[in-house]
Design a protein. Sequence first.
Length: 87
Amino acid sequence: MQIKQFYRTQRDLSKTLNLLVDSYWDESIDEEEFIKHIKAIYENNVEKMIKNNRFTTVLLQQSGKRRLTVVLKILQSHFEMRKDLFL
């Protein structure tokens, strides 16, 4: 799966996160590849994902809590983040 590293808008980022999570749930991509993509997207697009220690409103509205919970667990396990800050 080819994923861009840098996104112009939060909506574009959200579409990609949705695609990644859904592909993982459908078992179209393996866990290692999924985690690698989530980490890379976060590292390169932090300002589009998180504001005021929370996922941005656009991400919450476009991706939903179930998908972002999966993303959050990956980010917490690979980056030092407090659990109560994001959702």
